[in-house]
Design a protein around this ligand. Structure first.
Ligand code: BV8
Ligand code: ZN
Length: 257
């Protein structure tokens, strides 16, 4: 049975923890005393690099509905439109650099005994910033997968020929996880294992809408970790975490070093 079955999608309502307000120095102290740290990031951590988020007012989805583009059905019915959207994102990304938030997370990894970064982002900016132990829950926009032979390869062409084909003649798709698609089991297993053993977790720049990623934050809380959310606004996770630091990730995270 896939790991999926074992991930309980926790009902947010169960978690109406009172927010205990901690100041940054207390968070810093807890972080530095933690042996195992996990970070979950979403599109908000790349916002200050200039990558549009998914649900913000300049969000990627503003002009499209997720079901229009990021689904296997959409790709099947209109691969050209879906590739035009990904090509536009790849071209935007090819001029973009990691921001201080990405860099701070890569620095924290160097200072912590056991560190796991779980990202929902497909932009590869964490690796560019120097993060090593990265689980890309939703895949990576710079990898492509052949629909015929299944080969996954790196492809950094920007612009990419539309439509792109594999050397075997098969049509290529972005190697990302679309809505309605299963996450790769081993990614999810690694993420859950890291969550279950961590003492401290950051949840940075995610609206907490997409599952099963959002549930990972609640699972960490259930397993006794101290969970700190960093976001410019409150989210459905805010009522369940120990602390929500309201502000830009690029301002808050570097202060923890
Ligand atoms: C699946 C890749 C099994 C493609 C993406 C319950 C259980 C299981 C499934 C579901 C469920 N409920 C619903 C589902 C279905 C679905 C889902 O979650 N739907 C949502 C919309 C309700 N989930 C799935 O389909 C997943 N698969 O469950 O398979 C299965 C299959 C069939 C049937 C049953 C079960 C697959 C989901 C993966 C989808 N792929 N991306 C691509 O990128 O093109 S998701 C996409 O959304 C991105 O990865 C993105 O990262 C992710 C989440 O969004 P966020 O990262 O949170 O971004 P967002 O814009 O929403 O928020 C940004 C946040 O940053 C905001 O809060 C903002 O305030 C903040 N911010 C902005 N600036 C800053 C900042 N914070 C700090 N500093 C700043 N400067
Ligand atoms: Zn092929």
């Amino acid at each position: 049975m896939s790991i999926f079955g074992s991930i309980k999608f926790v009902d947010l309502k169960q978690h109406n923890m009172q927010n205990i307000t901690y100041n940054l120095s207390d968070i810093k102290e807890r972080l530095h005393n933690s042996k195992a740290v996990t970070v979950l990031t979403g599109a908000g951590i790349s916002a200050e690099s200039g990558v549009p988020t998914f649900r913000g007012n300049n969000g990627l989805w503003k002009n499209f509905r997720p079901e229009d583009l990021a689904t296997p059905e959409a790709f099947k019915s209109n691969p050209k439109l879906v590739w035009e959207w990904y090509d536009w994102r790849r071209r935007t990304l090819s001029t973009i650099k990691p921001n201080p938030a990405h860099i701070a997370i890569a620095e924290i990894e160097k200072r912590v005994k056991e560190f796991t970064l779980i990202t929902q982002n497909v932009d590869g900016l964490h690796q560019l910033a120097g993060s090593k132990n990265v689980i890309e829950l939703h895949g990576n926009i710079w990898r492509v997968k052949c629909l015929s032979c299944g080969r996954v390869s790196e492809n950094r062409e920007a612009p990419i020929r539309i439509l792109p084909y594999c050397s075997c003649g098969g049509l290529l798709r972005p190697a990302v996880v679309w809505f309605g698609e299963m996450l790769e089991d081993n990614n999810l297993m690694k993420a859950v294992a890291a969550i279950d053993k961590c003492e401290f977790m950051f949840v940075v720049g995610t609206s907490g809408v997409v599952q099963p990623a959002a549930s990972l934050a609640l699972r960490a809380k259930d397993e006794g970790a101290f969970v700190v959310e960093v976001n410019i606004e409150r989210t459905p996770l805010s009522a369940s975490v120990d602390e929500t630091c309201l502000g830009k990730a690029g301002d808050i995270l570097p202060q923890l070093l």
